[in-house]
Design a binder for this molecule. Structure first.
Ligand SMILES: Nc1ncnc2c1ncn2[C@@H]1O[C@H](COP(=O)(O)OP(=O)(O)OP(=O)(O)O)[C@@H](O)[C@H]1O
Ligand SMILES: [Mg+2]
Length: 326
């Protein structure tokens, strides 16, 4: 059986084979189902009419223009001295639906636990911080731990809810043209106490000279705070974190440079995923939950900006967020 005849028979995936010019030469039964198109009508057509890339997402296009989220694994092979590529395509709409239901359920649960956490937190906070309460030392120590953990739990729930709302498009964004340097300073002030605590310096280099963008000021600060807090958290004591605001090609960019361990190559691809942390250690989990960068990404996407990073493992990382200048 020839390789083409074999691929034709595959039924678990939609199979699309393209020639070296990225034109369709084979379109199996399952692909006809997925794309709602006949093999005869797509033969010789460019692959780009069937699959489009939207950011990190691959979308399949049906004949009527409807789109479905797809996953397409590619594998090149040679045939008669030419290099073809086979794409195994899966329609992942159902998986996406399940994911979004799961997200909604978790968001609802988070919402319901927010109120009791708040009351517990208030009570613990008062007890832990009232010095003249006659409490045995060990009880006071436990109270302090409970108070700290309660605050951590509250932050986790708040972060999760804020992210879930942004992702569902439900969070209100109040956008207006704003000069970014003052917002960067505001974010730096917010992380200064923890930077001082860790003996990490904070520097600000403003090369943008009054550059502005159309942003939700609070959300921009929230994004910047998340980048600064990571930079501080991963910096060795005595090192400095440098924030640089610059403006180039109509875009304003905030870069955040640190001298920490950098991002391991194997982690790069997962870094913006919810709850993703490079080092799975108790110490790191104590210091965060892995939601910060997902929040940064969601904010940037809502504001028409983007987030990225460069890092040489062992020589620190530079994260940036970027928005169209206004
Ligand atoms: N500047 C950095 N240097 C080294 N690693 C980083 C840096 N920024 C992020 N990371 C890696 O990416 C992971 C995810 O970052 P993210 O901000 O999403 O979560 P977190 O800081 O662990 O927790 P949270 O922000 O929710 O408190 C971190 O745990 C760390 O492994
Ligand atoms: Mg973080």
């Amino acid at each position: 059986m020839s390789v083409f005849a074999f691929l034709e028979q595959v039924s678990a995936f939609g199979v699309v084979v393209i020639d070296p010019e990225a034109r369709v030469v084979l379109f199996n039964r399952a692909a006809e189902e997925q794309f709602q198109r006949q093999a005869a009508e797509v033969q010789g057509r460019p692959l780009a009419e069937l699959l489009v890339q939207a950011g990190a997402e691959t979308l399949g296009r049906r004949r009527d223009g409807a789109q479905f989220p797809a996953e397409a694994a590619r594998s090149p092979f040679s045939h008669d001295g030419r290099t073809y590529t086979v794409l195994f395509v899966r329609d992942i709409s159902l998986r996406r639906q399940v994911e979004s239901r799961k997200d909604e359920a978790v968001a609802l649960a988070s919402h319901e636990i927010r109120a009791p956490i708040t009351s517990i937190g208030v009570a613990l906070g008062i007890m832990a911080q009232t010095p003249d309460l006659a409490l045995p030392d060990n009880v006071r120590r436990l109270l302090i731990i409970a108070d700290r953990e309660c605050r951590r739990l509250r932050r986790l729930v708040e972060d999760y809810l804020s992210l879930a709302k942004m992702e569902s498009g439900g969070a209100p964004f109040t956008v207006a043209r704003a000069e970014l340097a003052p917002l960067v300073l505001q974010a730096l002030e917010a992380v200064r106490p923890s930077a001082d605590n860790e003996r990490v310096g904070l520097e600000f280099v403003d090369e943008a000279h009054g550059a502005a963008a159309v942003v939700d000021a609070d959300r921009f600060v929230q994004a910047a705070v998340n980048l600064f807090s990571n930079a501080v958290k991963f910096s060795p004591p005595g090192a400095a974190v440098t924030a640089t605001l610059s403006c180039r090609d109509g875009r304003v960019r905030l870069g955040v440079r640190d001298r920490g361990p950098g991002i391991p190559a194997a982690f790069r691809e997962r870094i913006f995923r919810k709850f993703a942390q490079a080092v799975d250690s108790e110490a790191i989990r104590k210091k965060g939950t892995g939601l910060g960068l997902s929040i940064v990404k969601a904010i940037c996407e809502r504001l028409g900006g983007n987030v990225g990073f460069e890092s040489v493992p062992g020589d620190g990382a530079t994260f940036h967020i970027e928005f169209p200048a206004a």
